[in-house]
Ligand binder design. Structure first.
Ligand SMILES: [Mg+2]
Length: 297
């Protein structure tokens, strides 16, 4: 069964709020990971000095993040899907902080084991080890170690655009737990919806609604454009579309240039080709090549 590892600071504990308090700074100034260097213009030593000076009191004063209790409630509702759930938090670099941090966690939860680590990825031992963490570097290292990792949305990472953080975790967890299953199963996410008829299903909250792309005329026109395109540029002998051979910067540039040209032609009303559909084709081509290039790096 999968194991789940939960980060503390930035996911449950308002570490940034505490840091802003001791430095008399506004939380709104924090929008990147190294905010003390890049936004406040202070060194690591200058950042940590007042926190270390405050000692255990710093951790005692740390607030719960607004979603912490509902997130923990959700985790508890799905804990039967995991062989073990642990707190996995950064190891503080000074005496006494570890005990204070442990006390903070224990006020929130009395059951899950607490692990301190300066290298979280060392705890990733299997493909179905799952980490929830707000640090992009931790998430990357965990994935490189072979596990699954969910980047918890925060102003200092790429998932900042996600507003409903708990719904995002629910949606991601459903997919991950499904992937981890060795056999097909009906997933109990612990979040059910009952219809007026009495039918009970898992909640759709946080799940991608793929059916929405069928609304309006564009999807059918895109499919038609691809079908006609296959007649002009035949599929490969193994059945793959010819355009999926694209794998480098030259092809990426070509997709980009074509996307822009078709966009202009669509807006000005040209009807010699389906330029709306061609924009979709070329944008998809761009994403496809970008993904291939990233995988090859
Ligand atoms: Mg964190």
């Amino acid at each position: 069964m999968p194991r789940l590892f939960l980060d503390v600071d930035g996911v449950f504990a308002d570490f940034v709020g505490g840091a802003c308090r001791v430095h008399s700074r506004e939380v709104s100034t924090v929008d990147c990971w190294d905010f003390h260097r890049d936004r406040w213009g202070i060194s690591d030593t200058e950042f940590w000095q007042p926190i270390v000076h405050e000692g255990a009191k710093f951790w005692e004063r740390l607030d719960l993040l607004p979603w912490a209790e509902s997130l923990l409630e959700y985790v508890r509702s799905i804990e039967h899907n995991f062989s073990c759930i642990s707190w996995l938090t950064a190891k503080p670099g000074w005496q006494g902080a570890e005990a204070a941090k442990m006390s903070w966690i224990r006020r929130l939860d009395k059951n899950y084991p607490i692990l301190f680590s300066s290298n979280k990825a060392e705890h990733c031992k299997a493909i179905d080890d799952i980490l929830v963490d707000d640090c992009e570097a931790n998430v990357k290292a965990w994935r490189e170690a072979g596990g699954f990792a969910i980047l918890f949305p925060a102003p200092w990472n790429a998932n900042d655009y996600i507003t409903d953080k708990v719904a995002y975790i629910r949606g991601s967890m459903i997919q991950l737990v499904t992937n981890c299953k060795k056999e097909f199963a009906v997933i109990d996410t612990g979040n059910k919806k009952e219809f007026e008829s009495g039918m009970v299903r898992n909640s759709a909250e946080g799940k991608v609604e793929f059916d929405r792309v069928f609304d309006g005329p564009l999807f059918e026109r895109w499919a038609t454009h691809l079908t006609r395109g296959a007649a002009v540029y035949p599929d490969l002998p193994d059945g793959r579309p010819n355009w999926t051979l694209a794998n480098g910067q030259a092809e990426l540039n070509r997709f980009r240039r074509s996307a822009v040209r078709h966009f202009v032609q669509a807006i000005r009303g040209d009807t010699d080709e389906d330029h709306f559909a061609a924009v979709c084709f070329n944008m998809n081509g761009m994403l496809y090549v970008q993904q291939r290039m990233a995988e090859n790096n």
